[in-house]
Design a protein around this ligand. Structure first.
Ligand code: AMP
Length: 443
């Protein structure tokens, strides 16, 4: 991001009111100019405002809440004392990986403060141990946090600042109950910050119940024409840096197509999304059999393994990570060139988060989605995803993997079927998908 030209009228970090210690650590992280969301959010948080902030994936959201939050913690006299008496700040997130990542960022920006991570899937005892001396900042997933409050290992009575990162996920059906319980344990008089790349209207309505007079911020991608706060946060703008491709293929040939693309496109690293834990293992297995350094990432793996495969992808030990939606939110894989939707995501929101793993911090990215010609609904589902983004992605077929080609390669039957047999249901679906792919469509 620092290599891109400085956008006009973007203030400096100094002008945003950050104190010298944080200016130094931000500079040490290589951050020269605040991103749009940082420029908008930092002064508002320093003034004590509640925020409902929407900004694209990879646009520097973490620092947008961490920098002012840490400044407020540091402003307290004797803040850097070894045994903080009160837990004043909590960042709540949906996954362990995101918690670990945010805590590492906080530690790097303010090493004089004590940041503790509490997440499920790991032994609780070391986390209780870490909390024993108190903490300035806690980064947590909701379930484990509630466990620890039940065991009196911590309380939230002194919280001044509460951040819900990936707020829409924390308020959706899977997490809403736990998130509400966490909110109920914290004081009413607190500052509450909600951040996400996607904030559907239903979540915005819920936000009104947990915030006071929140300032709504929508900021575009860094360094782009839509980069100023207040600009439209539409999906198209959010993905300005990500080229999207859609390839029509038979379900059973996706694995071969994936191998073909990895070879022919020579991407150094790739993140492949699938629908289930089984598929993650299965696809990774097939890739390994073909000599590709691949691994699976899903919720059934140990925390250690999950962390290890992410590190291995980052360091180049792995060429491909085949993941469930566990990896779709917040994870910051620096300079990841491509995300592949082997299975389409369930929703347009998940699509936004998945493809947001590439094209981060000013990089260009590529997102490739497989549309299954023989799966009824695959094309229609992708159209819905396009509609939500107000974007049309041209359908492609890859030579040798064109579903229509497989049928048309056979001798033609004057009745319209393949010679020697009637047109099967599958053939009809293929033909319909090919026709849909070829036909120009309005938005
Ligand atoms: P985030 O959206 O918070 O996950 O951040 C995405 C990436 O942008 C991370 O790798 C950050 O280190 C990086 N980043 C955050 N703020 C800035 C900035 N002001 N300038 C350059 N890079 C940044």
């Amino acid at each position: 991001m620092s290599e891109t030209p400085e956008p006009p009228n973007r203030p400096t970090f100094e002008a945003l009111g950050l104190q010298p210690a944080l200016l130094r650590t931000a500079a040490a992280a290589g951050w020269v100019t605040p991103s749009a969301i940082q420029a908008a959010a930092i002064p508002a948080v320093l003034q004590g405002r509640d925020l409902l902030a929407q900004a694209p994936t990879g646009s520097g959201k973490t620092a947008a809440f961490l920098l002012p939050l840490l400044q407020r913690l540091l402003a307290v006299p004797g803040a850097a004392e070894e045994r903080p008496r009160r837990l004043r700040a909590l960042v709540l997130v949906p996954t362990r990986e995101l918690a670990t990542q945010i805590a590492a960022a906080a530690q790097a920006l303010a090493p004089q403060l004590k940041t503790v991570v509490v997440v499920g899937g790991l032994s609780i005892n070391p986390q209780m141990q870490a909390l024993r001396g108190g903490a300035h900042l806690l980064v947590a997933t909701p379930g484990r946090l509630l466990d620890l409050t039940r065991q009196n290992a911590l309380h939230l009575r002194d919280l001044d600042l509460l951040v819900l990162d990936e707020a829409d996920r924390l308020l959706d059906a899977d997490f809403a109950d736990e998130t509400r319980r966490v909110l109920a344990l914290s004081p009413r008089q607190r500052q509450t910050l909600l951040f996400s790349a996607t904030l559907p209207p239903a979540v915005q309505a819920l936000a009104g119940q947990v915030q006071r007079d929140a300032l709504a911020l929508t900021a575009g991608a860094p360094d782009t024409a839509d980069g100023e706060a207040g600009a439209s946060g539409s999906g198209a703008a959010a993905h300005a840096r990500i080229t999207q491709r859609a390839i029509v293929v038979d379900t059973a040939r996706r694995s071969l197509l994936l191998r073909h693309l990895l070879r022919s496109e020579a991407w150094p690293r790739a993140l492949v999304f699938v629908a289930t834990q089984y598929a993650a293992e299965h696809v990774a297995d097939k890739l390994r059999q073909a000599g590709v350094a691949a691994a699976a990432l899903h919720g059934d793996l140990s925390s250690g393994r999950r962390g290890q495969v992410l590190t291995d992808l980052q360091t180049g030990q792995l060429a491909v990570l085949v993941a469930t939606d566990l990896a779709s939110r917040g994870i910051d894989l620096v300079h990841l060139p491509v995300v592949i939707n082997y299975d389409l995501p369930r929703s347009a929101t998940d699509y936004t988060h998945r493809i947001g793993r590439t094209g981060r911090a000013g990089d260009q990215g590529l997102a490739v989605s497989f549309i299954c010609a023989d799966a009824p609904g695959s094309e229609a589902h992708f159209r819905l995803i396009e509609k939500r983004q107000s974007l049309r992605v041209p359908r492609e077929a890859v030579a040798g993997f064109d579903p229509a080609a497989a049928v048309s390669a056979l001798p033609a039957d004057p009745q319209g079927g393949v010679k020697g047999r009637r047109l099967s249901k599958k053939d009809k679906l293929r033909a319909a998908a090919a026709a849909a792919a070829a036909a120009p469509r309005s938005r």
